[in-house]
Design a protein around this ligand. Sequence first.
Ligand code: TYD
Length: 413
Amino acid sequence: MKKHYQDKNECRICGSHRLMKYFDFGPMPLVNRYVSGEEGAERIPLAVMFCEDCANSQLSVVVDPYFMFSNYLYHSSVSKTFKEHCAAMALDLQERLNRGSLRCLDIASNDGCLLKEFQKKGFETVGVDPAQNLCEIARQGGIRTICSLWGDAAAEEVIKEFGKVDVVTATNVFAHVDDTHAFVAAVSRVLTDEGVFVVEFPYMGNLIKYHEFDTIYHEHVSYFLARPLVQLFKMHKMDVCDLKEFPDIHGGSLRLYVVKEQNRTIARRPKRVETFLKDEADAGLHTIGPYQGLDTRANKLRTDFAGLLDDLRGKNKKVAGYGASAKGNVFVNFCGIDRRDLLFIVDDTVAKQGFCSPGTDIPIVSQKRLYEELPDYLVILAWNFSEEIMNKTREFRERGGKYIIAIPEVRIV
Ligand code: TYD
């Protein structure tokens, strides 16, 4: 079989080779790649390393992005929570830039979830996304979309077809990018001198604090703190002029507002950025210490979860899952569980239904099955959407069902 990954021995922020491995899953399947039974899931090494020079964390391998992203079944619009977050971002940018009309580019625009909210505000929009299937959906929804991975060629196409932009957004994509320097250079190229680059990603400080080890998978080649990114943008003559935390988005996200050094039109909040960097340092996150305990905590979670499943099996209870998220698929693989442990996983993404959770034999099904089989317990694998999923499954609860959430600690809700 063709090898779809390469080793990575150099820090993608500062170029250092002083990388220390602190978490190793061993070979894991690609958790967003849904394949039919006969093809089988390819297993690829999955380990995280800490850069002793700039404090960035990154995987020890890089998987070919075309292999992972050219047909992508993650649809941003499935989550109401995320749609509301997008609407709030549109309002934030309108107030922050305080200009008549804005020209906006969204990188990895998925099904057009964010750009739809921008359009409601009257912004002019263009999206870039490498997944053919998602580009089609976005275009059908009236969102102009260029089908491409982000980089110099895509930037040129945007400038040619659309012109330079006032706003570039990149939510939940930057951590997927191997060549961060080429990515930022292309952003800088497409952005007007008075524009702003808004980048948002799950924050590494939260991964460590809340034991979110299941958010580690091949797509996420980096796990960002603020410090290495401030350093990266500086190398491209850009400043982080403000930041904002979102505790409820993807296990706790950080948004950076980045501008060109010469930009004088946008309000800067250097104090806020400095305080954040200081808090990060005070929490020890710029040293290897806090990272080294992650595997012990993950192993304890696995033992606790296995113990709970054993206990429930002993009582003849039926258990299923909800949310075939990438993190859910990591979790079931890490715990080594199969359909004898979890009957099925419900996911509302129609495109995922009919497949199995990659690397396992657990089928992904629609909500209909939940009410047909009525398990006693539902493991909320997409724990970042617990509230939304509980609201959606009220009938399950009313008929006596209970929930299990495993992160940051295994508990019955
Ligand atoms: P998510 O946690 O956003 O991301 P990741 O794949 O990066 O871990 O995935 C959430 C999954 O849960 C996604 O497959 C959609 C599904 N989902 C539902 O099926 N119903 C819902 O109500 C919500 C909120 C999510």
